[in-house]
Design a protein around this ligand. Structure first.
Ligand code: GUN
Length: 291
């Protein structure tokens, strides 16, 4: 049976490390790290993610700057707000929650965030540096960083191993592949046009699943002893729950946990770590600025 990686516990450990450093910075320099979280419109999922990020800031003593803009806000007004945050010396990280409404070009907006405050790591220059050998981005995207942190803290060797990333989104799959490559894994990306993904996944020592397809990856696809990191958070109907739904990953956990060496659960795996990596990036940004 696989070792189940407890993302909540690892996140808690890292959060207390961050809280200690935040306290130290304010004692030594009288400066408190600050994160601006910008949200446009009222998407329920985005509101819930943003709420978690702001709450986590408060818990760790990080200042949170809340910018809530209406669905109809113009791209020019949104960029003006980003520029103001770029110029604010108390703000060390800026996050614009995605997706943005259709009339706004996401890449244009993300490119306006100061590189030194790009705590999501989504600025094309940061992603470009992630893709290049010998260059380091100022910030790593939070979910891929969370996946690697979970592997490393669980004692999984990455160097020289075969890794398969399922999915190639700009937010998770693509940067996760690049990050594993930087960590010297041999990386294959599986996506919606890959034929027979199961035969590729069966060769993987490390699987990062970020396809957004509930239980797509079956137990029989997992190489014995592999490390399986499940980024999927798919809501499926469950009439036995008060909410009417429950969250399942991209991996069939019951089956895969019989074969894998390590596996993350959903919920309680990558999820709690993603927000933690955002806080860690904010702290790193503040330290670069203050120290
Ligand atoms: N939407 C879904 N995930 C993310 C994330 O990690 N950062 C931002 N900014 N938006 C998202």
């Amino acid at each position: 049976m696989a070792t189940v990686i407890d993302g909540k516990a690892v996140a808690q450990t890292i959060r207390s490390e961050i809280a200690d450093e935040v306290h130290f910075l304010s004692q030594k320099y009288g400066k408190v790290p600050g994160l601006a979280v910008v949200i446009v419109g009222h998407r329920k999922d985005s509101q819930s993610y943003v709420g978690m990020k702001r709450k986590a800031c408060a818990e760790l003593g990080i200042n949170s700057f809340d910018v809530d803009l209406p669905e109809q806000v113009s791209q020019a007004e949104l960029i003006k707000q980003v520029h103001e945050l770029n110029a604010n010396p108390d703000v060390h990280g800026i996050l614009v929650q995605l997706p943005l409404p259709k009339h706004i070009n996401e890449e244009t907006v993300l490119t306006e965030i100061s590189l030194e405050k790009d705590v999501d790591g989504f600025h094309p220059l940061n992603i470009g540096k992630l893709a290049m050998k010998g260059r380091d981005p100022l910030f790593l995207p939070c979910t891929p960083k969370a996946c690697l942190e979970l592997l490393q803290r669980s004692g999984v060797t990455i160097k020289g191993k075969r890794a398969v990333v399922v999915g190639r989104s700009n937010i998770v799959g693509l940067p996760a592949s690049l990050l594993l490559l930087k960590a010297d894994a041999t990386v294959t990306t599986v996506h919606s046009h890959t034929s027979q993904p199961e035969s590729i996944i069966r060769e993987a020592d490390i699987v990062i699943a970020a396809a957004g397809q509930p239980k797509m990856i079956k137990g029989s696809w997992i190489k014995p002893g592999a490390a399986v990191i499940d980024v999927g958070t798919n809501a499926v109907d469950d009439p036995t729950r008060k909410s009417g739904y429950r969250l399942v990953g991209d991996v069939d956990f019951e089956e895969a946990s019989k074969t894998a060496g390590w596996i993350t659960p959903v919920p309680g795996g990558v999820g709690p770590m993603t927000v933690t990596m955002l806080l860690k990036n904010t702290l790193e940004g503040a330290k670069r600025y203050i120290e």
